[in-house]
Design a protein around this ligand. Structure first.
Ligand SMILES: [Zn+2]
Ligand SMILES: [Zn+2]
Length: 361
């Protein structure tokens, strides 16, 4: 089968590899779609811990092609989404129910081979069945949606809450939708790109701000702003220093800041401890998707979350390495890798390189 291999930091190639064999408790899943995530780009640039060689891709869904002999509750032909984050179940954090903090976390697409390939092996405890009539690309959104759900859970949004979302990528746009479902009545999104602002307003944002023309703090939290004094909840979904610093200034006194965006490891941001104290801000990190994957799958299966308009383009496996090695195109929200399209071209000999070395950007 074909697999996109991260062979070292800065080097990613499409290779022909052996088709994996599922263990007794595992499913062999034929990938229908796998989303390209900022984390994949961080892996490529060595900004997120990982030990190559590995096949990235942690936002995937597909059809079960084979099951191990100890598998129950799943059948060949079922459509499934995979929760890529495998907790050990026996460390102090797992025992405390904090599975996303597991000290032995093994993530599909980071520590073990993932979904930028024709097939992935998925432990049955990480699999969730999706409806057969769901568009085959939508299941790839369960993982990012599950991460956003965790952030929204931590934020404790109540009906009537005011919410600010910084960043208009897929995480920001999913968070807008979840905030709306959670009952927020004011939802303000800030992002540089006009197409993303327009999309955010279609998906439930009550107002948007262009940080390139307005002072974000003033435009939102200023006396004549959209939410004078700030909002109950601020989601940092951009993962850059500027928005991390803005987030704490945009929360109202007693408000909550949720850090969802993945900043490069080692990046620093400034804040004023006095401000946190004086205004009793709560700043929480939201990491991964503990126990939220099933709800994410339910939300997507129900159609409660708009997915179609988040898909900017679909590319074959042959183009995946290039997409991962380059920054997203302007206005792009989510790129999906869809292996089946060019599967007829999969006639390469084992070990043959089928893509240029993209080590130099
Ligand atoms: Zn991701
Ligand atoms: Zn653990």
């Amino acid at each position: 089968m074909r697999a996109v291999r991260l062979e070292a930091v800065g080097s990613i190639k499409l290779r022909e590899v052996d088709k994996p064999v599922p263990g007794p408790d595992e499913l062999l899943v034929r990938i229908e779609a796998c989303g390209v995530c900022g984390t994949d780009r961080h892996l490529f640039h060595g900004e997120f811990p990982c030990r190559p060689p590995v096949t990235p891709g942690h936002e995937f869904s597909g059809i079960i092609e084979a099951v191990g002999n100890a598998v129950s509750g799943f059948a060949v032909g079922d459509r499934v989404t995979g929760d890529p984050n495998i907790a050990c179940g026996r460390c102090p954090y797992c025992h405390a129910g904090r599975v996303n903090l597991c000290r032995n976390l093994s993530a599909i697409g980071i520590h073990r081979d993932g979904g930028f390939a024709d097939y992935v092996v998925l432990p049955q405890k990480q699999a969730f069945v999706l409806p057969a009539d769901l568009p085959p690309t939508h299941g790839a959104f369960c993982e990012p949606l599950g991460c956003c759900l965790h952030g929204v859970d931590l934020a404790e949004i109540k009906p009537g809450s005011s919410v600010i979302v910084l960043g208009g990528g897929v995480i920001g746009l999913l968070t807008v939708q979840l905030a709306r479902l959670a009952g927020a009545t004011t939802i303000i999104l800030s992002t540089r790109q006009a197409s993303r602002r327009a999309l955010a307003e279609e998906l439930g944002a009550t107002a948007t701000v262009d940080p390139t023309v307005a002072d974000v703090i003033d435009a939102i939290a200023g006396p004549a702003g959209l939410a004078p004094g700030g909002a109950d909840v601020v989601f940092e979904c951009a993962g850059v220093r500027e928005t991390v610093e803005q987030s704490m200034r945009l929360a109202r006194a007693g408000g909550t800041v949720v850090i969802v965006g993945v900043t490069p490891q080692g990046m620093k941001a400034e804040f004023e401890p006095f401000d946190l104290l004086f205004r009793e801000l709560k700043v929480v990190g939201s990491f991964l998707n503990p126990y939220t994957h099933r709800r994410a799958a339910e939300l997507i299966a129900s159609g409660a979350i708009e997915i179609e308009r988040l898909i900017s383009r679909q590319v074959p496996l042959e183009e995946a390495a290039e997409v991962i090695a380059n920054p997203p195109a302007p206005g792009e929200v989510k790129v999906l890798v869809v292996p089946s399209r060019l599967s007829s071209l999969a006639t390469l000999a084992t070990g043959e390189t089928v893509d240029d070395n993209l080590s130099s950007r």
